[in-house]
Each structure stands twice: as structure tokens, then as C-alpha cells.
Design a protein around this ligand. Structure first.
Ligand code: ADP
Length: 270
């Protein structure tokens, strides 16, 4: 910030003119620094599940004569390996999204339907904790985007709303249009997020309460993936929250004109 990294090259043309070329390398320099940080963080985060897995494997060896203990350690080993798999998956998703500002696989999408599908995928887990998910979408709406990426981003917000809410509470998901912008709002009655954390939760691996987040199986990359996905789609994500009352995450995406959607998908949908 505030620094410029400029490469200068000079060439002479004949004996009367000198051409000086200046190339701004500051962006490239910043990108390299971010990548370096990311690799350092990933290595650190990988050590936790890998360390736990090797301890559990040792415990299984030592407990070979006690089938009950072996079962116990083996099931914890499975949990740690799932956590590791989730972390690797998130790191891959994020590194694919970073530094890419166009969505190459975009197509016209019925965002109302996509949000309903996202809710259906979270419902079982929510109802196990007696959390009900209410949704409201007054009209069918379309956006231009990548189905799987937007599904993952919206699911992430709904997953978080459920994870950070008390049993028996309610989560609301609302899809509306304001001028030419589609709003997808996910609200919960959970713990809320303090003001000083609100900006930082979108950073990679930032967690308000790392012990709690780890025990819920989170990787700390979810919101960072959401932010990159949404900005690659020309939109933005923001949060409003009151501590101990709840949070609302809002994704704003450029709306696709319904006629354009119809023309683009003509004959391809049943
Ligand atoms: P995690 O895998 O830890 O959930 P995220 O990037 O999805 O990672 O979220 C980062 C942090 O933001 C979480 O660890 C949690 O502290 C906080 N957070 C996210 N969503 C909510 C929410 N709906 N209510 C309260 N806190 C939240």
C-alpha cells in the first residue's frame, strides 16, 4: 500500500532518441506476497489434522487388544481424515478462484431454483437440531453465472447460519430483486459477529472462535471462497449483525433480464 514497484527499461533509437519504458510491477509483487502468505497458512493448517491422525493411528496400534478402544480411535481417525479432505478441497477451490476475474463457465441460471436446491441440501442437518429454514422468493429471478460455484457459495452461507445458531431457532433465506440487482439474504438468530470481526471473517482462515469452529468441522475458508466467487460474478457480499441476536449475510449479483434468459436457454430446458 502506497508503494510502487516500477521496472524501467531504456532503449536508444539512432543517436537522437532514447525510449524509456516503465512497467508497473506492484500488482504482481502484491499477488506474489499474497500467494506466499497463503502457502504458509495452508501448511500450518494442514499440520493439525495430519498430527491428530498420526497420534490416533499410534493409539490404535497400542490398543490392539481392546476392540472398544480401537473402534473409538478409528471413528475419530475417520473424522480427522474427513476434515483433512474438506480442507484440501477448500484450498483447491480457493486457489482456482483467486486471481481470476471472469467466470469462464457462466450460463443463465434460475437463481430462485438454485437457492431452493441449496436449502434442500442443508435441511436434514438443520432439522436434526430442530432448526427450521424459511424461504421467501416472490418472483422467479435469473443471474448469469457458474451453477456449481454459486451453489457452493449460497450453501456455505446457509451452512454457517445453521452451524452458528442455537438448536430450535429459525433461519430465513430470501431472494428478491432491487433495480437490476438480485439480493440473496440469509439471516439467523445465532451468536452474531462483533464489529471488529465483521470485516475479517472474509479473510482466509480467520475464525472468531477457532476452537468452536474447529469442533464444528469448519475450515475457515468458507467465507473467503464466497467472497471470491461473488466478486468473480460481478457482485459483492456483506454482513450485518447484532451480537447475541443474529446475523444477516447478503449476496448481491447483477440480475439477468428474464427475456435474455429465455432467449439464451430456448430449447435447452424441458
Ligand atoms: P468456518 O469454516 O470457520 O465456518 P467461514 O469462513 O465460513 O469459516 O467463517 C469464518 C468465521 O466467521 C467462523 O469461524 C465464525 O466465527 C464466523 N461466522 C460465519 N458465519 C457466521 C454466522 N452466521 N454467525 C456467527 N458467526 C459466523
Amino acid at each position: 500500500e502506497g508503494h510502487w514497484l516500477v521496472h524501467l527499461r531504456a532503449a536508444s533509437i539512432g543517436d537522437q532518441y532514447v525510449v524509456i519504458m516503465a512497467e508497473d510491477r506492484s500488482q504482481q509483487h502484491r499477488t506474489e506476497a499474497i500467494r506466499h502468505d497463503f502457502v504458509a497458512n495452508v501448511s500450518h493448517e494442514l499440520k493439525t489434522p495430519v498430527g491428530a491422525m498420526s497420534l490416533l493411528a499410534e493409539a490404535i496400534e497400542d490398543a490392539a487388544d481392546d476392540p472398544e478402544a480401537v473402534r473409538h480411535f478409528a471413528s475419530r481417525l475417520t473424522i480427522e481424515s474427513m476434515r483433512l479432505a474438506a480442507l484440501v478441497q477448500d484450498v483447491i477451490s480457493l486457489s482456482r478462484l483467486q486471481g481470476r476475474d471472469i467466470v469462464e463457465t457462466a450460463e443463465p441460471l434460475d437463481i430462485t431454483r438454485l437457492v431452493s436446491e441449496a436449502i434442500d441440501r442443508v435441511r436434514t442437518e438443520a432439522s436434526a437440531r430442530d432448526i427450521s429454514i424459511h424461504s421467501r422468493h416472490p418472483e422467479p429471478l435469473s443471474v448469469y453465472g457458474d451453477h456449481d460455484q454459486l451453489m457452493a457459495a449460497i450453501r456455505n452461507l446457509i451452512d454457517n447460519a445453521v452451524t452458528y445458531s442455537p438448536d430450535g431457532s429459525t433461519v430465513w433465506v430470501e431472494v428478491t430483486k432491487h433495480d437490476d440487482v438480485v439480493h440473496i439474504a440469509v439471516s439467523d438468530q445465532g451468536s452474531g459477529i462483533a464489529e471488529e470481526d465483521r470485516e475479517r471473517i472474509f479473510e482466509r482462515f480467520y475464525r472468531v472462535d477457532s476452537a468452536r469452529s474447529r469442533s464444528t468441522g469448519g475450515t475457515g475458508l468458507g467465507l473467503s471462497i464466497v467472497k471470491h466467487t461473488v466478486s468473480n460474478h460481478g457482485g459483492e457480499v456483506m454482513v450485518e449483525s447484532v451480537v447475541d441476536e443474529g446475523s444477516t449475510f447478503l449476496i448481491r449479483l447483477p440480475a439477468l433480464d428474464p427475456e435474455a434468459h429465455e432467449a439464451a436457454t430456448e430449447g435447452t430446458e424441458p
